[in-house]
Design a binder for this molecule. Structure first.
Ligand code: ATP
Ligand code: CA
Ligand code: CA
Length: 435
């Protein structure tokens, strides 16, 4: 047992859990490299590869270690490898991001008890999920894969892997997905929105946190006039959401949220005493391969160095790390989009963070980071827990419990009417979006 305070999950101490998982990931991803590449087949969604990690290790297979002996399972490893290919993640980069440095634990406002870890380079999030959710993801894979091919730039979560760490009879299932909110950029507000108003208010303990995640009712109170988007962006965003909701509905998925991180450029400028625009123009950006947090292979470092010097303006961001703006404006390369700032704060800001430009009702300039999260609850699998589903529709009729379409519709109506509005034409954006 550790000396002072030890964070635990299912009674596993975090250091041991993360350390063991990293050993498992290293072995799993490494061994895939030896497998020859080919097209994805239906049968690739089924395999579960189990490897035992004994204390002494096995020559050329698993290393010796000082943790409890464990087994590590990789679900559909080849299929996920193909997904990573589609998302344009190099296997070597994936390995380095996940295994070369310890990860950070994120505080989770959710009630599920899941733990979130984020890689030091800010690129990936590991989330512990329930048995049912893991089973559902496995079932979802063929359909998910189909959707991915048709629409790789979506607001839906990007899944890069599913694994299980097990000791004796205890299992910890982990999914690896994309991080939506850059940690180096201050989020002035963060919302988890479902389109329901029933009990959708951040708790007292949540509010007391440094960076709380607020909910629907808080949003209505804090942004009574919504968030203003330029009409073209509004249309793009709502189209993306509609397209994604159609997919979720087809899988009978409900209870998902829209996660919104809001960086207020004007507030940030004030906080920094007028120097620069809240780091948005600073060089310290994790999105173009910053080296400050370590763990990035040399090639990318060189690239970002060149970018910083301004000698080439290119955005080689893999689809895996598609920004909010790219997700909704598919053909637009954000490196070409300059934000002309007409306030006295600074001359011109490049939106290196890839946030969606917006305004609040006071006219403050905002950058938004958004995505749809927590999509592994399917009505079909959880049918028995009727009371759970009823609670989702407290403000609807009970019949709608049997209609995932109701959830999707309510979600879209709330987002499209209460959360985002079209900027009136008389409100001239100081932060303009230019093609
Ligand atoms: P619930 O109790 O709602 O079931 P949960 O444990 O399943 O919660 P999520 O709803 O997936 O957790 O996420 C909880 C919070 O974690 C979100 O509100 C958000 O603040 C953060 N979060 C989740 N996914 C991401 C992500 N991909 N990028 C950044 N932050 C995330
Ligand atoms: Ca949730
Ligand atoms: Ca959940």
């Amino acid at each position: 047992e550790g000396p002072v305070q030890v964070v635990t999950y299912k009674r596993f101490e975090t250091g041991q859990l993360m350390g063991s998982v990293q050993l498992g990931l290293h072995q799993s991803i490494g061994s895939l490299a030896k497998q020859e590449d080919r097209d994805l087949l239906m049968k690739d969604f089924l395999p579960i590869v189990t490897v035992s990690f004994t204390k002494d290790g096995v020559l050329e297979k698993t290393p010796a270690h000082n943790y409890s002996e464990f087994r590590f399972r990789s679900y559909a490893p080849f299929a996920f490898k193909k997904f990573r290919q589609i998302f344009e993640i190099e296997e070597r980069d994936f390995l380095v991001s996940l295994c070369s440095e310890p990860m950070f634990e994120l505080s989770n406002p959710g009630a599920s008890g899941s733990i979130f870890y984020i890689t030091l380079d800010d690129k990936f999030i590991c989330k512990t999920v329930q048995h049912k959710e893991a089973d559902f993801l496995r079932e979802l894979l063929p359909g998910y894969s189909m959707n991915l091919k048709q629409n790789p730039r979506t607001l839906l979560p990007k899944f890069f892997g599913l694994y299980c760490y097990s000791v004796n009879a205890k299992n910890v299932r982990i999914i690896i997905m994309n991080n939506l909110l850059p940690s180096d950029l201050k989020m002035h507000h963060r919302f988890d929105l479902k389109g329901s108003t029933y009990k959708r208010k951040a708790s007292r303990t949540e509010r007391a946190k440094g960076s709380p995640t607020f909910k629907d009712l808080d949003f209505l109170e804090m942004y009574p006039e919504g968030i203003l988007l330029q009409p073209e962006l509004y249309d793009n965003l709502m189209n993306s959401i509609e397209r994604d909701c159609r997919v979720l509905e087809s899988f009978k998925i409900m209870d998902y949220s829209l996660l919104i991180g809001i960086h207020n450029l004007d507030m940030a400028a004030k906080e920094e005493g007028g120097e620069g625009l809240g780091g948005a123009g600073s060089e310290n950006t994790s999105l173009c391969g910053s080296d400050v947090r370590g763990g990035i292979p040399p090639l990318q470092n060189q690239q970002s160095m060149l970018e910083r010097q301004g000698s080439i303006v290119m955005r080689d961001r893999p689809i895996a790390h598609t920004t909010a703006l790219e997700s909704i404006t598919m053909e637009v390369d954000p490196s070409d989009d300059e934000f002309i700032d007409e306030t006295d704060v600074g001359p011109e800001v490049k939106n290196v963070w890839g946030g969606i430009p917006a305004k609040n009702h006071r006219g403050d300039n905002l950058l938004l980071f958004i995505g749809i999260i927590d999509i592994l609850q399917s009505y079909r699998l959880l049918k028995k827990a009727e009371h759970y589903w009823k609670s989702l529709f407290h403000d609807g009729d009970t019949v709608s419990v049997h209609r995932p379409s109701f959830y999707a519709k309510r979600f879209q109506t709330f987002i499209g009417e209460k959360v985002f509005r079209k900027m009136p034409s008389n409100l001239k954006p100081t932060l303009s979006f230019r093609r």
